[in-house]
Design a protein around this ligand. Sequence first.
Ligand SMILES: [Zn+2]
Length: 503
Amino acid sequence: MRHRSKLWRHLIHGLLAFVVVTVATWGAERRLVLLHTNDLHDHVRAGDDRRGGLPYVAGYVRQVRAEEAAVLLVDAGDVTEKGDLVASRTEGVMTYEAMRRIGYDGVAVGNHDFDDVPPERIQRFESALGQALLCLNILQADGRPVFAASRVVERGGLRVALIGMIVPRKPGQGGLDFKESGAALAREAKRLRAVCDLVVAVCHERVPKCVEWSLAAPDVAVFVSGHSHQALAEPVVVPETGALVVQAGKYAQWVGRLDLVISSETGRVVRHQGRLVPMDHGTITPDGEMLAWVREREAILAPEAAQRVGDNPAELDGFAVARLGAEALRRAARVDVGFCHPYQVIREVLPAGRVDVNAVFKAGGDRGREVVVAELTGAEIEAYVNALVSVQREPPEWTGFRVRRASVPGGGERWSADLEATRRYRVVMPKIEWETRLLKLVEQLRGRDPANPLVARPLTAAKVEVNFTDATVAYLREVDAAGETWQRRADALVKQREGERIP
Ligand SMILES: [Zn+2]
């Protein structure tokens, strides 16, 4: 049955392609295939669970270029961070180099590629990519743009303008706000439309925002969007302008393919067909050269990445990974209590099947690169978990003490820890959790709850020579060697720390 529906899909795609070709031969109409990615986030390797990865993107792009006369390839930003260990060792430079090898025509800047990234690293990105990054709406103090705003590319007799955009920076971060960005896009698109057949905006910004920008900038025919990691099955058509908005998920798991027929006279798309092509390892032939190149770089820069940690019978969710990470940090640092915040630290599940060091790194290694130890009293630890539960409403993952939960009149819960209120315990957590959870909560509580134990004294923590990846790999191997599954151990850690619920 599955087979038959697949066959039908192929037939329908074939038929549509035929219609597109036939229509394209009339008058001043030309065909263009626009391929697009976004939010690659350093996924340079063949992906886990037999899907995704830049070698598969490279293979698919090569195939389309062999079949079609006019192909354009763009990326809507967030090229770096959160991905494979080998790319992280190059601070994301390797991912841009992979994109140069694939032959991208235009790459927009994402917030992860820009915020807190020093200018010299951005220069390294651009030289690895072999071209300027595109971004219209980040400006220097003197008002000049930091990046190239746009580029014109010729394909199959068409002149196509690519304009880069980023999600507007916060005030004071240097850049245009949302409305100003739309106005600047409108001016640039109008200028380029006069000399080009088609204007494409490559925007690191979510779909509804691109729809709003389309209303401001009607000369843009296509918006390639990003940032929200949305796998948009087919293009959104903006009713007022006729513009198309597309987005292709995340992590090189799909390549978006937009087949266009364009009227050179009007600069509009007269016919389109858009879809997401899954980078399924069973159906896409990877680019052998890129596979070999990534493996070679990994063997030099991150040889431990491919080492086996264990076999995972079923996918482990982020909460279980955080809990195992907290216990791993607690053991590695030889302290009383371990924390590892599931929302702050964990970026990925642990996949089913063979898990390697790279998969553990992707789960929490980037955010858990730096780890701190602090001495906190029982009352302070209890106040921290309660602040996470009631102020932020994002409960922690931890090991090393038990809690009893009680409902609070009017809603919510109050957690009591089985710790001595005045005794000091040694507590470990990723530095990012200490800074952006604990210390931020202290700031918030200072005004509204001066009696809170967390605000009584200045809290300090010291960096330790422990990190999430090494600690978690060692711990998971230990569990595996004991013949226990990681899921079972994660469940056991919950039972250990949960007191009885008080109704
Ligand atoms: Zn983003």
